[in-house]
Design a binder for this molecule. Structure first.
Ligand code: 6PG
Length: 324
């Protein structure tokens, strides 16, 4: 594997397949809320790594609205898996996307928001700055994030770990400055040594243009030098692929489908689609979905919501009063 760190696949990835990005985002938002609450319950805080790209926008919109009350934002520390080396106000900035769709709408203290720095003239100096930020948050220990959200590029890249990149073979650094075959090329990225220490990693993948790479990666034989996302092999944590049907189109391995929504009963899909709120262009539930919201309340298993939001209102009634 061309100088890459060979890591045994200790954790068989699980894949969950959904008919639409809306349904996927709703179920993923539930899982994110649950995972964040579990971390805060056990350590008093949660380190959450956000993904860049466009696919997470709907998820971020739901976390900022429907699930806003279910997440103890005061205890959440937000980091990034990668960043384009542009000013934070730039439309290409992953920080900017998260700020507009999520952080501007939730009570996460500014001191808990840790964007990757892009102001130093030397990107490598910025990478070392961010390593220092991680070192202080993790008290000098190698970072072990509670939850890492990741995307997948059509050619198999994740974060800003692109095929053939020297960063793929990095054995010790936590953050690297890289030049990517993408626009903008200059970027910062977390490395495999850090990603693979996560307690939970959720890949969010939609669209037919990702099907080939996803298929290669989930066969378990892909070379991370060619499909970098195959290099995300958590040592002990939980790795779940949240994908839509288009992205899962080439999957044939029944085992991998174990977590998938299989054997839809007639009407399941309609029922599910009917219950997913129409979302406006920024991923927030469109106003007129109040009633739908209510219907969803009915369908989301209260015990599940109860589990997910120890901090927030548990019953639909109290949720409504909290929302009003
Ligand atoms: C980035 C991302 C990158 C992204 C994939 C998928 O900064 O571009 O972190 O890894 O997750 O490129 O992007 P889409 O979700 O836009 O398809």
């Amino acid at each position: 594997m061309g100088g890459l760190i060979a890591v045994e696949r200790n954790v068989k990835p699980e894949m969950r397949v959904f008919p639409s990005v809306n349904e996927l985002s709703l179920r993923l938002a539930e899982a994110v809320a649950r995972t964040v609450n579990d971390a805060v319950r056990s350590t008093g805080r949660c380190s959450l790594v956000l993904s860049g790209g466009g696919t997470p926008r709907t998820l971020y919109g739901l976390l900022a609205s429907r699930f806003r009350e279910q997440i103890p934002w005061a205890h959440v520390h937000v980091f990034w898996g990668d960043e384009r080396y542009v000013p934070p106000s730039d439309a290409h900035s992953n920080y900017r996307v998260a700020k507009d769709t999520l952080l501007d709408h939730v009570p996460c203290p500014a001191a808990n928001v840790h964007p990757m720095p892009t102001h130093p003239s030397d990107p490598d100096a910025a990478a070392r700055d961010y390593e220092a930020t991680l070192r202080s948050y993790f008290s000098g220990e190698p970072p072990a994030f509670d939850l890492v959200l990741l995307g997948l590029g059509p050619e198999g890249h994740t974060a800003s770990l692109f095929p053939g990149s020297p960063a793929l073979a990095e054995p010790t650094r936590w953050v690297m400055a890289v030049t990517a075959p993408a626009d903008p090329p200059s970027r910062l990225t977390l490395t495999f040594p850090v990603l693979n220490r996560a307690a939970n990693a959720y890949f969010l993948v939609t669209g037919s243009n990702k099907a080939r790479a996803l298929h290669q990666i989930l066969t378990g034989t892909a070379d991370p030098n060619t499909y970098p996302a195959a290099g995300v092999l958590l040592a002990t944590g939980t790795l779940i692929w949240w994908v839509d049907r288009e992205a899962a189109a080439q999957q044939v391995d029944p085992d991998l489908h174990k977590g998938a929504i299989q054997g839809d009963r007639p009407g399941d899909e309609q029922q599910r689609n009917a219950n997913v709120p129409a979302l406006d262009e920024s991923g927030l539930p469109a106003k007129e979905t109040a009633i739908a919201e209510d219907r969803i309340g009915t369908n989301v298993d209260d015990s599940e919501v109860a589990n997910a939001d120890e901090t927030g209102p548990t019953t639909r009634a109290s949720r409504r009063s909290a929302a009003s």
